[in-house]
Write a protein that binds this ligand. Structure first.
Ligand code: OGA
Ligand code: NI
Length: 338
């Protein structure tokens, strides 16, 4: 059982100031008085794939991120997933939560945790976040007995949610491929068998939001991320040298292009750099569903978009390096550029 602290326990201590390990260096601190022109993050209506394809191409080129509506996932499933996530963090006693503690010595291990990066280096700044990570695909990785047992529909809903997100992710990878003039299956074939993780992130209120980050600046390292959030703002996207707040839209799903799609599309589409900020008054919840290649997959730009600008990489090596060096924006991807 891991003994690392949870942010929730710090908050229970009612400290007037955040512990020093959570204080970001001045250049990484958020400017909470500026939230940019958030309204312009694109929203793509998926009810017609013909018009969606073009809108997705524009959104991927300009933003690496977009909301989708009319996505076919039942809205009550999004709502139930959010409320079950919140219930785990807010209603279960700590003793119960710690029964699901993740293994903090291995990357992205399943369960309840707080530290994203490995190791106990004193110089890493910690995120103001607790999370629960579920392994949901391929089916051989899915073991609901690793997930919370309360409320009684928790395990069933996580399973259904994973199934729906995977279908949507596959459809989007198809439209993204086609938006580049590639066959529908191109990106999915380059990814291979899809590994899916569902991470529920819980950001407790923070006494000094101006000094901390809920989640440090990064791009997701897999292929595509589908994210829902509650009605508390906090997710920000980096675009044109500015941090823009992503407005919460309860029925929409936010799509984030991740690093392997940037490599596969040879940089035609860039992964979205993002972070989460905290606030002093309200806890915030998000559910991110990651779709990744297998650790043994070799990822390289598709031949139709040659000459390649990125070196081929074994996905597992990319992930290990990400976890040991830290994301620091997009430095792991930059290291693959010719
Ligand atoms: C993530 C992530 C953002 C959020 O889990 O990778 O970027 O809003 N989450 O919680
Ligand atoms: Ni992310």
């Amino acid at each position: 059982m891991e003994t690392a602290s949870r942010v929730e326990l710090i908050v229970k201590g009612n400290l007037p100031e955040v512990p020093s390990q959570y204080i970001q260096p001045p250049e990484a601190r958020p400017n909470l008085h500026y939230s940019g022109d958030a309204a312009s993050i694109p929203t793509v209506d998926l009810s017609s794939s013909d018009s969606a394809r073009e809108a997705i191409g524009d959104a991927c080129r300009d933003w690496g991120a977009f909301h989708v509506i009319n996505h076919g996932v039942p809205i009550h499933l999004l709502d139930r997933m959010r409320s079950l996530g919140l219930s785990f963090f807010q209603d279960s006693p700590m003793e119960e939560k710690l029964r699901y503690a993740c293994d903090s010595t291995s990357a992205a291990s399943e369960g309840y945790g707080s530290r994203m990066l490995l190791g106990a280096k004193d110089d890493v700044v910690l995120d103001w976040r607790d999370y629960f990570d579920h392994h949901t695909f391929p089916p051989s990785r899915r073991n609901p007995s690793h997930w919370p047992i309360h409320p009684s529909d928790y395990r069933q809903v996580v399973g259904e949610y994973g199934d729906e997100m995977k279908k949507l992710a596959q459809m989007l990878l198809g439209l993204i491929s086609e938006s580049l003039g590639l066959p529908c299956s191109s990106i999915e074939e380059a990814v291979g068998e899809i590994y899916q993780n569902i991470t529920v992130s819980y950001y407790p209120p923070c006494p000094q939001p101006e000094l901390t980050l809920g989640l440090q600046s990064h791009s997701d390292f897999g292929a595509i991320t589908l994210l829902i959030q509650d009605d508390v703002e906090g997710l920000q996207l980096y675009k044109d040298a500015q941090w823009l707040t992503v407005p919460p839209i309860s029925d929409a799903i936010l799509i984030l292009i991740a690093d392997q799609t940037e490599i596969i599309t040879n940089g035609r589409y860039k992964s979205a750099q993002h972070r989460a900020v905290t606030n002093a008054n309200r806890a915030r919840l998000s559910v991110a569903t990651f779709h990744d290649p297998s650790k043994t997959a070799r990822i390289a730009p598709v031949s139709q978009l040659s000459p390649p600008s990125y070196k081929e990489v074994v996905y597992g090596q990319y992930v290990s390096s990400w976890y040991s060096k830290g994301p620091e924006g997009k430095r792991n991807l930059d290291a693959l550029l010719y």
